[in-house]
Design a protein around this ligand. Structure first.
Ligand code: FMN
Length: 188
């Protein structure tokens, strides 16, 4: 049944990647988990983050105008939970994670650390911000990236971590023919 939404409602149907957002600035080198990390343009190549303005990550990005997007791989759930449940305002997460065995390396074009063993590492320059809701949007243009297709992305859904499942095969010839006929029938 359709209901009128209130601020108490929690929509739980979405699933996302986890972006491990790396920054530098007033709170030092940092990493935080960001489920609202989305590619929003190929040309120019843009990524949007939705991050609350009181977070150290948001304030680092506003100060330096750069950030790293590291798309977490299946093996990085503990890293995601660790980076996403404490703030650089209180703890040096980079040192803490390094002691847990997580490896970082220096980005080539911007002064942030990048996360090793992620699916994607993208170095971004902030080009726009939009104060639209409780999570302001930060839009960055990718200036350099590397991808490891052997790694599978970690999935985040309903507050839990998941793995990619089986690929769903394409429909058979019979169904494809039927769809094609309907396509012809309903031409505008
Ligand atoms: C899996 C996961 C996803 C998260 N996604 C977001 C998000 O999209 N936006 C946001 O503002 N906070 C998000 N958080 C919460 C931040 O990661 C968390 O508040 C973190 O402590 C902020 O760190 P910082 O203050 O060092 O920047 C997420 C946390 C987890 C565990």
């Amino acid at each position: 049944m359709t209901k009128t939404i209130t601020s108490d409602d929690n929509i739980t149907s979405f699933l996302t990647n986890v972006g491990l957002i790396t920054t530098n600035g007033p709170f030092g080198y940092n990493v935080m988990s960001c489920e609202w990390t989305h590619q929003i343009s190929y040309d120019p190549p843009l990524i949007a983050l939705a991050i609350r303005s009181h977070k150290a990550t948001y304030q680092n990005i506003i100060a330096t105008k750069v950030f790293g997007v590291n798309i977490a791989s299946e093996q990085q759930n503990v890293l995601s939970a660790t980076a996403g449940n404490r703030s650089a305002k209180n703890v040096d997460k980079i040192k803490m994670l390094e002691e847990m065995g997580i490896k970082f390396y220096k980005a080539e074009n911007i002064d942030v650390l990048m996360v090793k063993d992620a699916c994607l590492n993208a170095e971004c320059k902030l080009i726009d911000t939009k104060d639209i809701g409780d999570h302001p949007l930060l839009i960055g243009q990718i200036v350099a990236f590397q991808e490891d297709h052997a790694k599978k992305p970690l999935i985040y859904h309903q507050g839990k971590y998941w793995k990619l499942g089986d690929n769903i095969p394409k429909p058979g010839e019979e169904l494809l023919n039927k769809i094609s006929k309907l396509n012809d029938k309903y031409q505008k």
